[in-house]
Design a protein around this ligand. Structure first.
Ligand code: FES
Length: 185
């Protein structure tokens, strides 16, 4: 008999399963691995913003891959989180143009305001995780922070930084995920 305290094996929601099936149809039958990046994105969004080893195994089973194939990809791309994260992951661009427009000061400021540490601890209130990333392709609006699909631009003034943090703190509900929106229609 299964021990009752065994952690529940992660399962995709019905909406996510439908979306994964739809994505897989974009590729030849024997090339399911091509769907790995979008499926990892779905997994990360579905399971609290990070891909645990158990979630990586689920992705592997879903795409008929070996867990190591998923691990190799999940650890290569910085957009996948391998540890638990806060409610909002702030990806701070640190590449040249953003650096020239104050990304170092912005990073230090965000650390002070949130209590989180870049590449380290989430803020004590559990709201913010800070990551440094490379160019987000919006150099004309530097310095930039990306949070999920949204870019916060020109964060070189305290007012703009405060407005971003206030908006994120006031976000009671998590945004509807694209495949959940599809399922509602
Ligand atoms: S350098 Fe920051 S968006 Fe390009």
């Amino acid at each position: 008999m299964e021990p009752t305290n065994a952690p529940a094996k992660p399962q995709f929601s019905a909406a996510a399963q439908d979306e994964i099936k739809r994505i897989i149809t974009h590729y030849p039958e024997d090339r399911k691995k091509s769907a790995l990046l979008p499926v990892l994105h779905i997994a990360q969004a579905e399971f609290g913003g990070w891909v645990s080893p158990e979630v990586q195994t689920l992705v592997a089973e879903t795409l008929d891959l070996k867990p190591i194939e998923v691990y190799e990809v999940a650890t290569f791309y910085t957009m996948f989180n391998l540890k638990p994260v806060g409610k909002h992951v702030l990806e701070i661009c640190r590449t040249g143009p953003c650096m020239l427009r104050g990304s170092d000061e912005l990073t230090a400021h965000l650390e002070r305001l949130t209590g989180a540490k870049v590449g380290g601890e989430t803020s004590p209130d559990g709201l913010f995780t800070l990551k440094e990333v490379e160019c987000l392709a919006a150099c004309g609006f530097a310095p930039i922070v990306q949070v999920r699909e949204k870019y916060y631009e020109q964060l070189d003034t305290p007012e703009n930084v405060d407005a971003m943090l206030t908006e994120l703190r006031n976000m009671v509900h998590r945004p509807i995920l694209p495949w959940e929106a599809l399922a509602q229609n």
